[in-house]
Design a protein around this ligand. Structure first.
Ligand code: C2O
Length: 594
């Protein structure tokens, strides 16, 4: 396979320059940080070699003509116009793996936030990631609420040392926190797409990006206390015993403390994994635990039986839209962010907004548990619970400083196996695994409830063709099923998916709406009812002013529980919980996918 290398480019990304030509990069511009850094923004030297196009199992990639023996479009662009010579690139025709290159101004900060520089300190040398040697002991990430005094002391010490470093040190807490801002507030450009800024949320990049982020964070903490076995504790919010903010984070004298948190959500209060902000959480403890367990069951077991449902939708270089979150990113990852952040801050800082979330030490333990869910998900039964094999996913790349202050380029393909990366999680009980919800209503006579019974409900049931509609109250839609009465084998091969598309809202808004199927009194329903198919929620961010995204929910198991396997259609109810009237729903459909 032929390959060619481009001359390396040291680029200085100006705050104000429109990234329209190679010339834009010829003169360095000083970018002054008002928060963390006071230096030129990143000068990332990239050495690019042509990537031989690989076959992709994915249809979209196939349509990009990246068959064997050809270079993909990105590489052709590099050859013709140089890395930054081409701007008129857009759409799926140019799809390629997301690969970050230069870092510049964070362009999608909330309106009231002073401009901040989230880029890492400049460094001309980038190396490719190599796996740690196998002779090193595995790092075991423990549950944060179960740590002994010795471990707590070690964690505190590492955090204190990290906080004490000068702000321009890549190992400092300020720099570690800024990484999240850089990758979430459009600081980075994609290789080959100078006008496209990336965001690592709302797509299949969510899990791998955060895994890599924590990987280096943990190694740096270990290095600071000279303990290569240090494992980053996880906030075990999926278990009743671990659901409150772990005590180690709530001590104001500890470096693990952050004062920008919700004062009403302090321990021993347990987090509500289905938190809707505007709707009060269950006050009865048993009810809350039941709700949490069934939410976890729904997100991990019943609604996410395929890779796309769990990890999120594809995001390729050149894409404008962030197409959709996976189940855990959506819920409860979002809920923990919003529930923890201080509602009296303009943007729910720190945890309630992406640019500031990394400033709270609890963020990393929250994501340690999110990351743990990836490992657990792969062990649950079902033939479609496998890692994504699309090469645009596997070849997506990010940059991080490692524990030796070396800038490293990492690829998604190297983070699929945490053992190979040198860490595992403490084994703790999974109380949600047996929390399959039950239906509220009695099993109906032959034929299932379907639309006939539900039609008696007071909210009018619209035809699916009546959409798009603003969600300014309960929206009920009759959704036809293209296939019914499938065999067990067909169901195992292909998941029946409820696809809610064209979800549009202002990126600054927090939106939460629940989705119920064949339910008659959905206002009072919740995750403890089998009728609950899932929900949509978001940590506010505005990759574009108007976010346009989708929600996919696996419903094969749910339809069995409702006795609706043989129904011609479903009545789908969308119930706004927060952000009523502020979100538009484009369409509701059923599709099938493995
Ligand atoms: Cu990058 Cu929990 O978010």
């Amino acid at each position: 396979m032929a390959s060619f290398a481009l001359p390396t480019t040291v680029a200085h990304l100006s705050k104000t320059t429109q990234l329209s030509s190679a010339a834009s990069f010829s003169s360095p511009t000083t970018t002054t940080s008002q928060l963390f850094l006071n230096q030129k923004c990143n000068h990332l030297k990239k050495s690019l070699s042509c990537r031989a196009a690989k076959d992709s199992s994915d249809q979209e990639a196939a349509s990009n003509n990246t068959g064997d023996g050809k270079f993909d479009r990105r590489d052709i662009l590099l050859g013709l116009g140089g890395l930054y010579g081409t701007t008129a690139v857009s759409g799926a025709a140019f799809a390629a793996p997301v690969d970050v290159t230069k870092c510049g101004e964070a362009t999608t900060l909330p309106g009231n936030v002073t401009k901040i520089d989230c880029c890492p300190p400049p460094n001309p040398n980038i190396i490719d990631f190599a796996f740690p040697s196998r002779s090193q002991p595995l790092r075991i990430r423990p549950a944060a609420h179960m740590l002994d005094a010795k471990y707590i002391a070690k964690f505190n010490k590492a955090m204190q040392l990290m906080r004490d470093l000068p702000k321009d040190d890549p190992h400092s807490f300020a720099q570690q926190a800024a990484i999240h801002c850089a990758y979430c507030d459009s600081s980075y450009q994609m290789v080959g797409f100078p006008n496209k800024k990336i965001d690592v949320h709302f797509s299949w990049l969510f899990f791998p990006f955060h895994r890599w982020y924590l990987y280096f964070y943990e190694k740096i903490l270990g290095k600071l206390i000279d303990d290569p076995t240090f494992g980053l504790p996880f906030w075990n919010w999926d278990s009743p015993d671990g659901a409150a903010i772990p005590a180690i984070f709530a001590d104001p004298k500890s470096p693990l403390y952050d004062n920008l948190r919700d004062a009403l959500h302090q321990p021993p209060l347990k987090a509500d994994l289905n938190y809707s902000k505007k709707v009060p959480s269950p006050t009865d403890l048993n009810e809350l635990i039941k709700s949490n367990n069934t939410v976890m069951y729904n997100q991990m077991v019943s609604s996410s039986k395929t890779a796309e449902l769990f990890f999120g939708k594809p995001y390729r270089a050149g894409d404008d839209q962030i197409k959709g979150q996976g189940s855990i990113e959506n819920i409860p990852h979002t809920q923990i962010h919003i529930w923890t952040g201080d509602p009296n801050q303009p943007n729910g800082e720190d945890m309630g907004r992406f640019y500031s979330a990394g400033r709270d030490p609890i963020f990393y333990s929250h994501h340690s548990n999110v990351d743990r869910m990836w490992n657990i998900w792969k062990t649950l039964p079902g033939k479609n619970r496998k890692d994504i094999t699309d090469t645009d996913y596997l070849d997506s790349a990010f940059l991080f400083y490692d524990e030796n202050k070396q800038l490293v380029r990492v690829k998604v393909r190297d983070c699929l196996d945490t053992k190979k990366m040198g860490y595992i999680y403490q084994d703790v009980p999974l109380p949600w695994l047996r929390s399959r919800p039950v239906r509220k209503t009695k099993k109906p006579k032959k034929g299932g409830r379907g639309s006939a019974n539900a039609a008696e409900a007071p909210t009018p049931i619209l035809d699916a063709s009546a959409l798009p509609k603003v969600l300014d109250g309960i929206l009920k839609v009759n959704v036809p099923r293209p296939k019914k009465s499938r065999t067990q084998e067909e169901k195992e091969d292909e998941e029946e998916i409820l696809e809610i598309d064209g979800i549009e809202y202002d990126g600054d808004e927090y939106i939460k709406f629940d989705v119920y199927i064949n339910d008659e009194d959905e206002v009072d329903s919740g995750p403890q009812n089998a009728e609950f198919a899932g929900a949509f929620s978001n940590v506010p961010f505005k990759v574009s002013k108007k976010v346009k995204t989708s929600l996919s929910l696996g419903i094969t198991e749910l339809l069995e529980d409702l006795g609706a396997d043989d129904d011609e259609g479903l009545v789908v109810a969308l119930v706004p919980r927060t952000g009523k009237g502020k979100v538009t729903i484009g369409s509701v459909k059923i599709r099938f996918s493995s």
